[in-house]
Ligand binder design. Structure first.
Ligand SMILES: [Cu+2]
Length: 757
């Protein structure tokens, strides 16, 4: 199921906020590419419909089932809040699922006794997974047999999350209205534990919230043990047979999750507890005061004994501040009962420092601290609480219903991780609301817009009545909304709707900016306007164009610039011909990749340029700019100029030390080059051949020269061929073949030239 695209009613002009880009509408903002998470195929990365994105590593563990790691979020507003992704949690998984039946006869630990992976993992068939099913590779023993399989085991999907935000600024309708429908990334798996089938589902929404859910389906427990006759132990399922009513046994699903927080990858994180109570001397009976305390050591908190229903916790990274200067944090939202009848299921939440051996909430399977539980973890942890792991107890007391048969509709138990000051504003904020942050006189984007909004159009004043060449034009920015801020103005001048540019001696065209403009011959007969941009840090800028001013005179025509540039070669000067139509007079400038080759005067609309012979091989951009005259406008032409590689000079091989069967030899290779050019680099390969025997050696060419070690050689006649690989400037080349005759065990005869290859 997918929701329709997020809809927003656009108000004002969507533009950039000074000091940071803000995405307008549903378009994702550009962001710099952060390094990947290094988990290969396990990477799940999804950009949601509003432009927000999540990424993480998702795997199936043989015992824990779905394990999510390195979970990171990038808001829809892109770099407006921070650059790229930020870490939220390092790891998340279900660390125990304790199922005691109210009969007192039996209880199960579905994680440590069964496990959610291996044979318990259910295939994500197309009927089960409406999104993208991810393959999982497994290897386990089943009934004495090794099973190795790869099957779809994780489902990744984008789902609608309903209304995300709504704001209507007028009571009776009309006026600006903001509507967003949200979506979320859902990562899930299904595991079958006897008659129960569980969906592990984590939903990451487009505003940075995480919902962790355990859904139970399958069937109610079968057999006499789970169908007692005592009414207080369950709920009547089915009709009485022979006068006897059986009761589906009530039971708990005590799920304890392990959440390893990594708020903005903080080295030192802080756990805060917040409580709310009526002060002894408040002004009224409904006065409530909140109080935060830092949890400085590992703890378990039991509802009623240690905290009340208003208490909540958050994990703060004190070194990571949002744009408002508030420390980033994630809040734990856990509104569930606890099973008070066993000590390990009493705490609603337990926080400990991260310790590798502490993997499961009870009956720990890690040999580093075997059979321990969260209670032991707390007892054994006396360090300051700075690397917090939360053990989140999400319990559900299941009293069966007639409707549970059959199959049983999924019943859910869940908790949330909610960003608190992770962003300075809502992570989907639009330009229209971007200045609404903190104390405000009231949101009214019509009367008090955030976006720079022009109220009286900009205008142009001139220093004389007849506007001709030399007239000084001065821009008046007009009137802008000043209810929230004062604006800085910038100006850009236009001729007949196109930006006015002037080409300098360097051939670079520059736009006409600033509050004044002096009319040039190029403006004759044209309509000149100025565009004013109002901007201020923290506010989206706005632009408005002035009324046009007519310049007297006949408009000039625009000539065509021609650029003939046949390919050149390294070491040889190239020739480029610039032509300007209409037999233009005046000057042109030619640039090569932005570097000026100087200004030249046209003769019959034509001039020649010489491209330096030292121009390195490759593709270059040539740009010819005509500067205009009294009857012609400026004009430019760009083309690609190709320089090919040069052939190097002679490759010479000289043996400087003869090799023998016992000792290696040496040779010097020189590669000649034309005067004034860069010496060849690259590599040379020497092949020594004697009959079917072949020896090979290579060396690096530096400054046109290479020293090569010759391999040990047996006696006889060897032919040596040297091949040069070429480099960025030179093509490959080969030396003449030289012949070497070995006369003794100790060495070879001096080389004799045999001929050019
Ligand atoms: Cu149940």
């Amino acid at each position: 199921m997918r929701s329709p695209s997020p809809a927003r009613v656009a108000v004002g002009v969507a533009t950039a906020v000074a000091g940071g880009l803000l995405a307008g509408g549903a378009a994702p903002a550009a962001h710099s590419e952060a390094p990947g998470l290094g988990c290969g195929d396990a990477l799940v990365e999804k950009t949601l419909e509003n432009g927000a994105a999540w990424r993480m590593c998702a795997r199936i563990h043989p015992i824990k089932g779905l394990v999510l790691e390195k979970v990171e979020f990038r808001p829809a507003t892109g770099d407006y809040e921070y650059e790229g992704y930020k870490r939220v949690i390092d790891q998340l998984y279900l660390a125990q699922l304790n199922v005691p039946y109210d009969t007192g006869a039996i209880q199960y630990n579905d994680i440590t006794e069964y496990g959610f992976g291996d044979e318990h993992l259910v295939e994500q068939s197309p009927e089960l997974c409406p999104g993208e099913a991810r393959d999982v590779t497994q290897s386990f023993m089943l009934f004495g047999e090794l099973i190795e399989r790869t099957m779809p085991g994780i489902c990744v999907d984008e789902v609608g999350t309903g209304l995300a935000t709504h704001s209507q600024e007028r009571l009776s309708g009309g006026g600006p209205r903001f509507v967003e429908h949200g979506t979320g990334l859902e990562v899930s798996s299904v595991s079958k534990i006897s008659w129960y089938e569980y969906q592990q589902k984590v939903t990451f929404d487009d505003h940075g919230q995480i919902d962790v859910g355990l859904g139970a389906t399958g069937d109610v427990a079968p057999g006499a043990m789970f169908f007692p006759t005592a009414p207080e132990e369950g709920w009547p399922l089915g009709s009485a047979t022979e006068g006897e009513q059986r009761y589906g046994a009530s039971h708990w699903h005590n799920a304890i999750y392990r959440v390893d927080f990594g708020v903005d990858s903080g080295e030192h994180q802080r756990v805060e507890r917040w409580d709310y109570a009526r002060p002894p001397e408040g002004p009224s009976s409904w006065t409530v005061h909140g109080r935060g305390t830092v949890e400085d050591a590992a703890f378990s908190s039991i509802p009623g004994d240690d905290h009340n229903e208003l208490t909540w916790w958050r994990v703060v990274n004190p070194d990571s501040l949002n744009k408002d200067g508030h420390a980033r944090s994630y809040e734990l939202v856990n509104r569930n009962p606890v099973d008070h009848f066993a000590s390990v299921t009493q705490p609603l939440v337990t926080f400990t420092n991260k310790r590798d051996c502490e993997e499961y909430a009870s009956d720990n399977l890690n040999p580093g601290c075997p059979n321990d539980s969260i209670l032991d973890y707390v007892a054994n942890d006396d360090a300051p609480l700075t690397d917090p792991v939360a053990w989140v107890n999400v319990a559900f007391h299941h009293v069966d219903r007639d409707e549970d048969q059959s199959p049983m509709q999924v019943h859910w138990q869940r908790f949330q991780l909610v960003p608190r000051d992770f962003f300075a504003q809502t992570p989907s904020i639009t330009p229209e609301r971007s200045c609404v942050n903190g104390f405000d006189e009231g949101v009214d984007t019509s009367a008090r817009p955030c976006v720079a909004t022009n109220q009286v159009r900009p205008s142009i004043e001139t220093d004389r009545a007849t506007v001709d060449t030399g007239t000084i034009m001065t821009a008046d920015p007009g009137t802008w909304n000043t209810a929230r801020t004062r604006w800085d103005y910038s100006y850009m001048w236009f001729r007949n709707g196109a930006p006015i540019t002037t080409v300098g001696e360097d051939g670079v065209a520059r736009p006409a900016l600033g509050p004044t403009y002096v009319v040039t011959p190029a403006d004759a007969g044209a309509r000149v306007t100025v565009k004013v941009t109002a901007s201020q840090v923290g506010f989206p800028s706005g632009t408005a164009e002035s009324v046009a001013v007519q310049v007297v005179g006949r408009p000039r025509s625009t000539p065509t610039v021609g650029l003939a540039a046949p390919a050149g070669a390294y070491g040889r000067a190239g020739t480029v011909t610039v032509t300007v139509s209409n037999s233009a007079t005046g000057t042109v400038t030619l640039t090569l990749n932005g570097r000026s080759l100087g200004a030249k005067t046209l003769s019959r609309g034509r001039t020649l340029y010489s491209i330096p012979r030292t121009t390195t091989p490759g593709r270059w951009t040539l740009r010819a700019s005509y500067h205009g005259n009294t009857t012609l406008n400026t004009a430019t032409r760009t083309t690609t100029y190709t320089v090919t590689k040069a052939r190097p000079g002679t490759v010479k091989t000289k043996i400087t030390k003869k090799p023998s069967s016992r000792k290696k030899g040496k040779a010097t290779i020189t590669i000649a080059r034309p005067t004034g050019l860069t010496a060849p680099r690259g590599k040379v390969t020497l092949v020594l051949k004697k009959g079917s025997k072949k020896l090979k050696t290579t060396a690096t060419v530096r400054n046109g020269k290479a020293t090569v070690k010759l391999p040990k050689t047996t006696r006889g006649t060897w032919k040596i061929t040297t091949t040069y690989t070429g480099d960025t400037r030179y093509t490959p080349a080969r030396s003449v073949v030289i012949r070497l005759r070995a006369t003794s065990e100790k060495g070879l005869k001096q080389p004799t030239v045999e001929g050019r290859h």
